[in-house]
Ligand binder design. Structure first.
Ligand SMILES: Cc1cc2nc3c(=O)[nH]c(=O)nc-3n(C[C@H](O)[C@H](O)[C@H](O)COP(=O)(O)OP(=O)(O)OC[C@H]3O[C@@H](n4cnc5c(N)ncnc54)[C@H](O)[C@@H]3O)c2cc1C
Ligand SMILES: NC(=O)c1ccc[n+]([C@@H]2O[C@H](COP(=O)([O-])OP(=O)(O)OC[C@H]3O[C@@H](n4cnc5c(N)ncnc54)[C@H](O)[C@@H]3O)[C@@H](O)[C@H]2O)c1
Length: 494
């Protein structure tokens, strides 16, 4: 009797299992292109793919669309910067001395700044949703992981049942997150990273920032403009070491309100949470105390929870996805773009990578990443550059002259009260070709695009000298620097 009962149960289980298998196979949907992630890389890819009338599916694990760019990185940090400049009148102090600031500083609170962040994020979320809708792009909210090299499992949000989907081509655009080493006592209130800094309850009086990379430097200047005493530490020997050296030291000399104590070659450190805030002990015995500590030492790729091994995709030693110049992984139908593949890890470059990978995947075009592109660093003052630095040119033994324009000599700089800026142009002495342009100051991240067009077309300084620029503008700094380079070439010729 027992034996017969067991067989009945077995048959029943078999029936159930095979039925659920049939169901899941029937439910598994087929797509031409599946995109994982809705950061700038994933969104650019999705729109591109939808325009070519393919069956596109986008997967996103977070409740909010837009990735780090919209939610915790680019948008919030740049919104915070603009709000702080607006509320403190930091740049206007050169026009009205300190009057403007002293009356306004008292009104600023973290809550007020967070309100602005919330508003800008919400507006961007609405724009993204409407773009996806207009382009009839299907989106499923849930955590994606690979079952094999074509099938993806989606753990849906809000307890909805898991789904399986199948893609002929797949794009991984899962981005990155702040590195949180286990020996740092993060509580995300006092000891924070680039995401949790946005949620702190009040503006600290003192702030330690560990890491003089782009994130550390941008936030150091934003908080310094707010009147916070910032200690910025880096293990390197100079701030933002990829910058032209003169621009980097010009930034240091113009730190807002002299509120940043920059410590280079900081060596090893230990971090502790104290009853009053945070403490940082350096290996030379120095102890620094502050209300808040911001750990800004790099990011890591979001590759951990993708079950990437099921698709057989290779990672490099830093756990970023390895791709070729067409953004194909070692599985040629699976592409990866944006922060998940590492340098340069910018919203700007992620967008174009998303488009390029999609065009190749959908057999539209096979273009590669542009040879030159600008960097924009939103410190106060802002910085931007394209092409080679003076140091690089000298290392390569190029015959160069340096053309310069100081903002205090520039009509627009004088009128705007923004006179700490400079533009520096690296020019080949014999060919008069522009090899690099480096700008610190008002409009830097905008005017660099004129230089970009010039470099893309191997232009000589004469293009800038002979063109008429609006007057007074920051862009005119390009023309003045070109004239200064031309004068130096003439002097050398004798
Ligand atoms: C503080 C800060 C400031 C910055 N400022 C600038 C700037 O001024 N200019 C600039 O060009 N760049 C800036 N960046 C860099 C820029 O934000 C990133 O390079 C860009 O967001 C990367 O885009 P992405 O699409 O690769 O990834 P992300 O924007 O990180 O988006 C990835 C998306 O994938 C989703 N995802 C991850 N895993 C899964 C999964 N398993 N299933 C489903 N979905 C998943 C995530 O939820 C996320 O929505 C800044 C970054 C930071 C942190
Ligand atoms: N404006 C922009 O385009 C912008 C703004 C913010 C972030 N981003 C992107 O985000 C990425 C991450 O930025 P990030 O600032 O976190 O990283 P990063 O790699 O740029 O900087 C990390 C810094 O920490 C320092 N460092 C590393 N280990 C250290 C240690 N043990 N002790 C002391 N210092 C140490 C490094 O010397 C470096 O200067 C950047 O690569 C950038 O692409 C871009």
């Amino acid at each position: 009797m027992k034996h017969t009962d067991g067989r009945i149960v077995e048959y029943f289980l078999f029936f159930l299992l095979s039925k659920s298998n049939i169901l899941s196979i029937m439910q598994e949907e087929q797509f031409d292109f599946i995109i994982i992630g809705t950061g700038p890389a994933g969104l650019a890819a999705a729109i591109m793919a939808a325009k070519s009338n393919r069956r596109v599916l986008v997967l996103e694990k977070e409740g909010s669309l837009g990735g780090v760019c919209v939610n915790t990185g680019t948008f919030p940090s740049k919104t915070l910067r603009e709000a702080v400049l607006h509320l403190t009148g930091h740049l206007k102090r050169k026009v009205f001395e300190d009057d403007y600031c002293s009356t306004r500083d008292a009104e600023i609170s973290m809550a007020k700044l967070q309100q602005r962040l919330h508003h800008v994020r919400q507006e961007e979320h609405a724009i993204i949703s409407s773009q996806l809708e207009r382009n009839r792009i299907r989106i499923i909210r849930g955590h994606a992981s690979f079952i094999d090299e074509n099938r993806i499992r989606i753990e849906q949000l809000k307890g909805n049942k898991a789904l399986e989907v199948c893609g002929e081509r797949i794009l991984i655009a899962t981005g990155s997150q702040p590195r949180n080493p286990a020996d740092v006592p993060f509580d995300h209130r006092v000891i924070v990273d680039s995401s949790s800094i946005l949620n702190i309850e009040s503006i600290p009086k003192t702030l330690i920032i560990l890491g003089g990379g782009v994130i550390g430097s941008e936030y150091a200047t934003i908080f310094a403009a707010l009147g916070v005493k910032v200690t910025l530490l880096d293990r390197g020997d100079r701030l933002l070491k990829f910058l032209d050296e003169e621009i980097s030291s010009h930034l240091r000399e113009n730190f807002p309100k002299g509120n940043i104590d920059y410590i280079h070659n900081c060596g090893d450190f230990t971090i502790e949470r104290t009853p009053e805030g945070a403490s940082l002990r350096l290996s030379n015995g120095r102890k620094i105390l502050a209300d808040c500590l911001f750990f800004a030492l790099g990011r890591e790729a979001n590759t951990k929870d993708l079950a990437i091994e099921n698709a057989g995709i290779e990672l490099n030693s830093y756990r970023y996805i390895e791709v070729n110049e067409l953004y194909q992984t070692n599985r040629s139908h699976i592409y990866a773009v944006g922060d998940v593949i590492g340098w340069p890890s910018l919203a700007a470059t992620s967008i174009i990578q998303g488009r390029l990978a999609t065009m190749h995947a959908l057999k539209l075009r096979a273009d590669t990443f542009p040879k030159i592109f600008p960097f924009g660093i939103y410190t106060i003052p802002e910085i931007s550059f394209i092409g080679i630095t003076e140091e690089e040119a000298r290392q390569r033994d190029y015959k160069i002259v340096i053309g310069k324009c100081m903002y205090h000599e520039l009509p627009r700089g004088q009128i705007s009260g923004e006179n700490e800026g400079m533009l520096k142009m690296i020019v080949h002495r014999d060919t008069r070709e522009i090899l690099g342009v480096h700008v610190l100051g008002g409009g830097a991240t905008e005017i660099i695009h004129i230089a970009q067009m010039a470099l893309l077309h191997n232009a000589k300084i004469d293009l800038l000298i002979d063109s008429i620029f609006n007057y007074p503008t920051y862009s005119e700094a390009l023309k003045i620097a070109a004239l200064s380079a031309s004068n130096k070439i003439a002097n050398l010729a004798g």
